[in-house]
Design a protein around this ligand. Structure first.
Ligand code: ITT
Length: 191
């Protein structure tokens, strides 16, 4: 079976492929194999955006498509940046600009609890859809630490650890992440 990964985020793709490596019956395609148009992410929830990505890309390509929408929810910021995580500091913001804005907003704030959320959707050309949500609880560090990963990884300390995801690296991250949890559930439903 062929399934297209409905993302153009080059940092997400290796995480997807690592997490999904145990499924030899599936051949994973990326936008390099089968290009598709950008999807406007204008939904108010991770679910809305993930469904929109999977539907638009599978309709355009005629392929079964696995897409996800993900982001960071910070308790003291009432769930922000949420669905706006990629664009928190502006439309073309870099990861480090987003992190700076986040740390600024949490200056002097004692409650640093946060969670990563990932909603994954697998859509087939016949319209059948599977959807699942995965979360990773943790807290926001006082300053960025570590080089691995992407996005907010340098400031996110998962529950039960004292290092950031960027310090822990891909082996630990892909074992516990919101993306792993969402994709694992989805694949259980598929098989
Ligand atoms: P696609 O829509 O093409 O998949 P994107 O980068 O636009 O790529 P999202 O809309 O899902 O992806 O935005 C996800 C943002 O949330 C991402 O840019 C990070 O800022 C943050 N994020 C999500 N998962 C993350 C992770 O595992 N580690 C760190 N930050 C993450």
């Amino acid at each position: 079976m062929k399934i297209l990964l409905g993302t153009k985020n080059d940092k997400k793709i290796p995480e997807f492929l690592d997490i999904l490596a145990g499924l030899p019956a599936v051949q994973w395609l990326t936008y390099q194999d089968c290009p598709f148009r950008d999807v406007e992410e204008d939904g108010r929830s991770f679910e809305e955006n993930a469904l929109k990505k999977a539907r638009q890309i599978s309709q355009e390509t005629g392929l079964a498509t696995l897409a996800e929408d993900s982001g960071l929810e910070v308790r003291a910021l009432q769930g922000a940046p949420g669905v706006r995580s990629a664009r928190f500091a502006g439309e073309k913001a870099t990861d480090s600009q987003n992190i700076q804005k986040l740390l600024q907003g949490l200056k002097g704030v004692a409650d640093r609890r946060a969670r990563f959320v990932c909603v994954a959707v697998l859509r087939f050309p016949d319209g059948r859809e599977l959807i699942s949500r995965g979360m990773l609880e943790g807290k926001i560090a006082e300053e960025p630490r570590g080089q691995a990963g992407f996005g907010y990884d340098p400031v996110f300390i998962p529950e039960g650890y004292d290092k950031t995801l960027a310090e822990l690296g891909p082996e630990v991250k892909n074992h516990i992440s919101h993306r792993r949890r969402a994709l694992e559930k989805l694949m259980q439903d598929l098989l």
